[in-house]
Design a protein around this ligand. Structure first.
Ligand code: ADP
Length: 180
């Protein structure tokens, strides 16, 4: 085997935390290398790598239609848009609450009961999943809309391009442990 090939193998093992390169000492074997590898991998994954498709409705959609959509799409949160941009969020409990107090579910638009911008917690495809996970925990919510910032005539709007939920983040952990 050539010297160059050995060097690149050592480099790979160092990057995977199996070995550590110590100046004047050489390479030493690291215990718990798998744990360190997983931690390092998690730190590098971005929202855009694991996001799923968002489920969107327009502000004018009736509460009744949103309930049906939530069942059909099997999601816990629906994002609401107005003229193509994010305007609100509605969760299972928001809908249950509205079912208790409203009789005309087919007439009342979702825009009347949703949580509205600018109070929506968002994430971006280039954000690290660890930071998105921190937002989910800090705000005690189940998911975040993944958005892209669009500036038109000095007005900032957000286009919804994805969804990241507790399930997406849990899957990342399971996949990483499976690989190792
Ligand atoms: P549930 O209400 O079904 O338990 P959540 O915990 O996700 O679901 O939502 C709790 C509350 O926070 C709801 O009123 C919901 O509209 C709101 N919410 C959910 N996601 C967000 C978000 N990304 N930004 C702001 N508010 C949100």
């Amino acid at each position: 085997m050539s010297r160059a090939a050995i060097r690149s193998d050592l480099e790979l093992l160092t990057k995977s935390f199996v070995l550590e390169a110590k100046p004047k000492v050489g390479y030493i074997y690291l215990e718990n290398s798998t744990d360190k590898y997983i931690l390092n991998e998690i730190n590098e994954i971005k929202v855009g790598d694991v996001q799923s498709l968002p489920v969107l409705v327009d502000e004018e959609t009736s509460i009744y239609e949103v309930v049906v959509k939530m069942f059909l799409e099997d999601v816990g949160t629906i994002y609401v848009i107005c003229e193509g941009f994010l305007s609100g969020v509605v969760s299972r409990k928001d809908l249950i609450k509205s079912l208790l107090g409203t009789t005309d579910l087919k007439k009342i638009p979702i825009g009347l009961i949703m949580n509205r911008m600018p109070n929506i917690i968002m994430t971006f495809p280039e954000e690290f999943i660890l930071d998105a996970a921190k937002k989910i925990i800090e705000h005690e919510i189940d998911s975040l809309p993944v958005v892209e910032k669009i500036i038109t005539n000095e007005k900032i709007n957000y286009k919804v391009v994805g969804r990241i939920s507790k399930t997406n983040i849990t899957k990342v952990f399971v996949e990483l442990v499976k690989i190792n």
